[in-house]
Design a protein around this ligand. Structure first.
Ligand code: SF4
Length: 425
C-alpha cells in the first residue's frame, strides 16, 4: 500500500468539520492528500445517515471507487459506521470501519507510514487540531452527540450522547483562527443550546459572551433546538457585537400532533413566540429552518398547519426533506403510511410557498446598504455573503481594489429567490 488518501464528505457541517480533523490526523501519521480519488491508496467516506438518499449515495460511491481503481482501499466512518445492518450489507467492500470517536486511535485501525508513538495522546477527537479548508471562514465544534432522541433521527445512536468541550479549549481555537485572520467563525454542535462546560458549568450564552469579546469578526452558531433556546440567549443576541443576524432554527412541522410524534417537545405556538422574540432583538433577522414532510400519520390537515406556519414565519430558506425511515429510530417502527407521491407533492407545494416568501423578503432589501464578506472572484464579478448569511453577487467599483476574505459595504440592487445582487461601495 502507498500512502495517498482522499476524503469524500457527505452531509452536515459537523461532518465537514470532522473531515478536517480526520485529514489532520492522517497527515500526522505520514499520509498525503490527493484530490484524484482514483489515484488514492485509501478512499475515506465520511457518511451521513439522516436520509435514505444519503445512504444510497454511499453504495454507488463504493462501487465507483472499486471500478476506477481496484487497488484503492475503502474506509468508512460517520453516521453509517455504527450500523450493523450496513456492515452486513457492504462489509465485504469496505476495508476499514471506524466511528468518528475512534479518530484518536486511528493508527490502530489503519496502517500508517509514521510511527504512532510520534502522536500526542488525546482523549477526545475534538482535541485534534483541524486542517481548515478555508482561510476566511471556519467551523468550530463545541461538542458532539445528542441527547434529544427526536423520533426520526439517527444522530444520538450514531454519535452517542452529548459531550462538550471545555470553554478554554474552544476559546483557544477561536483565538488562533482570529490571529490567522479568519473573518467568520461558526460554532457548531447538534444542539448548541445545551452546551455546558464540563469543568466550570458555563452555559451556551456564557460561552458566546466570551467568544464575542475576542475581536471584530462574524460569529454564528448552529444548530439550535427550539425547546432549549432561552430568553437569556435571545437577550444576549440583541447586545452582541459580532453575531451576524442569521438564525437557523429547525421547526420540522407546523402540526402539534406531528411534533409530538417527532418527540420535539415544543408546540408550533412556542416556535412562533420564539421567532417573535428573536425579531424583537434582530428585526432584520434572516431565519432559516428544516421541515420534514410525509412523517408517519401526517394528514392533509397536519400539512396545512405546516404550510400556514411557513407563510406566517417569513423564512429566508427552508430545507425540505421527505420522510424516510431510519433503521433503529422510534419513527421507523411507525407505519410509513404517507404515499411517496403525496410526500413529493407536499415538498413541491411547500417549496413554492417558500419561494414566494423568500423572493419578497429579498426584494425588500433592494436599495439597502449591507456588509458583505468577499469569498470568490470569477472574472470581473465577486461572490460573497451578507451579514445575514445571504448569498450575493457583487459588481466592483471601477478603480477600487478588493481583497478576498475581507469585508466591505455594498448596496443591494436586485433580488432572486435565494440570492441577491449588489454594487460594492
Ligand atoms: S436535536 Fe433531534 S434532530 Fe437534532 S441531532 Fe438531536 S436527535 Fe437529531
Amino acid at each position: 500500500m502507498g500512502w495517498l488518501y482522499h476524503i469524500t464528505t457527505i452531509g452536515c457541517a459537523m461532518n465537514i468539520s470532522d473531515s478536517q480533523r480526520l485529514a489532520s490526523r492522517l497527515n500526522e501519521l505520514g499520509w498525503s492528500a490527493t484530490n484524484q480519488r482514483s489515484q488514492a491508496d485509501l478512499a475515506i467516506l465520511v457518511t451521513c445517515g439522516v436520509r435514505q438518499s444519503a445512504e444510497d449515495r454511499i453504495y454507488g460511491l463504493i462501487k465507483r471507487i472499486k471500478q476506477d481503481n481496484p487497488q484503492t482501499a475503502v474506509a468508512l466512518t460517520g453516521c453509517l459506521s455504527y450500523r450493523p445492518d450496513i456492515q452486513a450489507k457492504i462489509g465485504q467492500q469496505v476495508d476499514y470501519w471506524f466511528t468518528i470517536n475512534q479518530l484518536t486511535e486511528l493508527e490502530q485501525i489503519i496502517p500508517s507510514p509514521q510511527p504512532a508513538s510520534s502522536l500526542t495522546h488525546l482523549h477526545d477527537y475534538l482535541q485534534i487540531k483541524p486542517l481548515y479548508t478555508s482561510k476566511i471562514s471556519a467551523l468550530v465544534p463545541i461538542g458532539n452527540g445528542c441527547d434529544n432522541f427526536c423520533s426520526y433521527c439517527v444522530v444520538p445512536y450514531a454519535r452517542g450522547r452529548e459531550k462538550y468541550r471545555p470553554a478554554d479549549e474552544i476559546i483557544a481555537e477561536v483565538q488562533n483562527l482570529l490571529a490567522a485572520d479568519s473573518q467568520e467563525i461558526t460554532i457548531i454542535a447538534q444542539n448548541v443550546n445545551s452546551y455546558r462546560d464540563p469543568v466550570s458549568g458555563l452555559n451556551f450564552t456564557g460561552l458566546l459572551e466570551q467568544l464575542d469579546s475576542l475581536g471584530n469578526y462574524w460569529l454564528r452558531f448552529a444548530t439550535s433546538h427550539p425547546k432549549d433556546m432561552s430568553d437569556e440567549l435571545i437577550a444576549f443576541m440583541g447586545r452582541s457585537r459580532n453575531l451576524i443576524h442569521h438564525l437557523h432554527l429547525p421547526v420540522q412541522s407546523g402540526s402539534d400532533r406531528i411534533l409530538q410524534l417527532m418527540n420535539r417537545r415544543y408546540t408550533s405556538d412556542h416556535y412562533r413566540q420564539l421567532i417573535a422574540a428573536v425579531r424583537q432583538v434582530w428585526p432584520d433577522v434572516s431565519l432559516t429552518t428544516d421541515i420534514i414532510v410525509g412523517f408517519p400519520g401526517e394528514t392533509d390537515t397536519d400539512f396545512q398547519a405546516t404550510a400556514k406556519l411557513v407563510t406566517a414565519s417569513g423564512f429566508d430558506q427552508v430545507y425540505i426533506a421527505q420522510f424516510s425511515p431510519r433503521p433503529g429510530t422510534a419513527a421507523a417502527k411507525l407505519p410509513d403510511d404517507v404515499p411517496t407521491a403525496t410526500k413529493k407533492q407536499r415538498a413541491i407545494d411547500l417549496d413554492q410557498l417558500v419561494k414566494a416568501g423568500t423572493l419578497s423578503n429579498r426584494q425588500a432589501q433592494i436599495g439597502q446598504t449591507v456588509e458583505v464578506l468577499l469569498e470568490e472572484q470569477r472574472g470581473h464579478k465577486y461572490f460573497g455573503r451578507t451579514n445575514r448569511n445571504q448569498q450575493i453577487l457583487l459588481i466592483p467599483q471601477t478603480g477600487n481594489n478588493y481583497v478576498l476574505g475581507q469585508r466591505y459595504l455594498a448596496q443591494v440592487t436586485a433580488a432572486r429567490n435565494f440570492s441577491l445582487a449588489g454594487q460594492l461601495l
